[in-house]
Design a protein around this ligand. Structure first.
Ligand SMILES: [Cu+2]
Length: 137
């Protein structure tokens, strides 16, 4: 009985670890601008993604795939719900990997969050480190 249980656990283990290990191997980051930089309008923001996750348009149901969301001057939303769609939560459902923004002068916080076909963060979520930039007058 002990042996059978061990075998079952061994067989199940990869199923439990795969989603988190795939997320761990994935890196979501800003190619530009760099954290802490001072920039001029318009600001070209380039999204970087490396690892097993890939970018697909919204609506495409595919494992370890999603589309970019840019969070502007806001904290992370509820990760169990669809990401809000407003000025502070921009969706790139076409599969875009960059955007040109006009931002008000001053400091801004930017963060990237991947969402699935239904705009819901993955489990576990794929999130970038937040960056701070300063837009010149
Ligand atoms: Cu979305």
């Amino acid at each position: 009985m002990q042996i059978k249980l061990s075998v079952i656990l061994l067989l199940l283990a990869p199923v439990f670890v795969s989603a988190s290990s795939v997320a761990d191997k994935t890196s979501l980051y800003f190619v530009s601008p760099r954290n802490g930089t001072v920039v001029d309008n318009p600001v070209t923001v380039v999204f970087g993604l490396s690892g097993p996750y890939v970018i697909v348009p919204a609506g495409v149901v595919q494992e370890f795939a999603g589309h970019h969301h840019l969070l502007i001057d806001t904290e992370l939303p509820d990760l169990a719900l669809p990401i809000p769609n407003n000025e502070n939560h921009r969706h790139f459902g076409g599969g875009q990997t960059e955007v040109v923004l006009e931002l008000s002068p001053g400091e801004h916080r930017l963060q990237l969050l991947l969402g699935d076909f239904a705009h819901i963060p993955h489990k576990p979520p794929v999130i970038s480190e937040p960056i701070k930039i300063t837009v010149r007058e």
